[in-house]
Design a protein around this ligand. Structure first.
Ligand SMILES: [Fe+2]
Length: 236
């Protein structure tokens, strides 16, 4: 259980395994950064707008995947223990899905619009995305302060790691890479080393090398990358 040993270093303040921590940090960071870009991009510029909408759609796809992972692997596990209701979180996930569709409709409207309509639509998209993040920040807070303690009371750390491993195991390689890109720059140096150290021991060498080259190195500062390389004994 070398993988589990390393994952177990990603713990919360109570010393329990933190199933939400890294992915929620990644989503918060990416969503806040995208909000800034939605605010400072000139929607009259076709190229910048095209890049922004591409990144928006990629992020919304990951956010939708994340919600589905929680439904499939976490909420179902909670319900299977039969003691807590996941209705509130399920409703919030349904609200997220409705919001994703509204955001996509706005993005599609911008794609189809002429230069003059685009800035008004861009402002609507900015406001709609800000409102979505506001709800998602509250939702993730509820997961980490209400659902996580329920998980800790009902499951051992080994069981929580097994849930996490089922989520990771369900991902296509390019999705796994996309989630790594979100998480790696969003977490602390020791958390990063624990997560990637587990992967170094567990995953095929090419998969680990690809994560280092395409998810870690381009998304970390030189100092952060040097710290990670030192902690993981990477050859420069
Ligand atoms: Fe959630």
């Amino acid at each position: 259980m070398t993988h589990a040993h390393h994952l177990s270093e990603i713990i919360d303040l109570n010393g329990r395994y933190d199933i939400y921590g890294a992915i929620h940090k990644g989503l918060r960071k990416a969503q806040c950064e995208l909000l800034v870009r939605l605010g400072n991009t000139d929607f009259g510029e076709a190229r910048a707008t095209g890049d922004l909408l591409l990144d928006l759609r990629a992020l919304l796809a990951l956010a939708a995947d994340h919600v589905m992972h929680e439904d499939t692997h976490i909420h179902s596990a909670l319900r299977a223990r039969g003691t807590v209701s996941t209705d509130r979180l399920d409703d919030q996930h349904d609200d997220h899905r409705a919001t994703f569709a509204q955001l996509e409709a706005l993005a599609a409207a911008i794609d189809a619009a002429g230069p003059h309509e685009r800035s008004a639509l861009g402002r609507r998209l900015y406001l709609a995305f800000a409102s979505y993040i506001a709800h998602d920040l509250e939702h993730m807070h509820e997961e980490e302060t209400v659902a996580a303690p329920q998980l800790w009371s009902l499951f051992s750390d080994a069981e929580l790691m097994a849930i996490e491993n089922r989520i990771v195991g369900s991902l296509a390689p390019e999705k796994a890479m996309a989630f790594m890109r979100l998480m790696i720059p969003a977490i602390q140096p020791a958390e990063r080393a624990a997560m990637l150290g587990g992967m170094k021991q567990q995953a095929p060498r090419e998969a680990f090398d690809a994560v280092i080259e395409f998810a870690a190195r381009p998304n970390l500062s030189a100092e952060e990358y040097a710290d990670l390389a030192r902690r993981l004994d990477l050859v420069a």
